[in-house]
Design a protein around this ligand. Structure first.
Ligand SMILES: [Zn+2]
Length: 107
């Protein structure tokens, strides 16, 4: 069967509505959301989204939480690093001394 929506993919259902930009953003998310992802436990590309933030592997059956639309988000990775103690707060520690220096310079 010939592929019907080569260019627009899953957002073909919107036809010409909502604008190109909004449809492109939606498509980028939906391709990950609806497709199969790599399993963190067994490595097979069998993970599917069950519900918002819930992902399950169809191969080994492992069920885990992740991002709402993608299995792993950047903020989720940072949260895990913090729990492991690897993450140090770069924004807080680097910005505070600079503010003190600039205040001192004005005086
Ligand atoms: Zn698995």
């Amino acid at each position: 069967m010939a592929k019907r929506t080569k260019k627009v993919g899953s957002v073909g259902r919107f036809q010409a509505r909502y604008g190109v930009r909004a449809r492109t953003i939606t498509r980028n998310i939906e391709t990950i959301q609806k497709g199969r992802q790599d399993c963190p436990k067994c490595g097979y590309k069998k993970v599917k989204r069950i519900s918002t933030g819930i992902w399950q592997c169809k191969k080994c059956g492992v069920k885990y939480t992740g991002g709402a639309y993608i299995p792993e988000t950047e903020s989720g990775q940072n949260a895990e690093k913090m729990l492991k103690g690897e993450f140090e707060f770069p924004d807080v520690s680097s910005e505070e001394p600079k503010e003190a220096e600039s205040k001192g310079g004005k005086k």
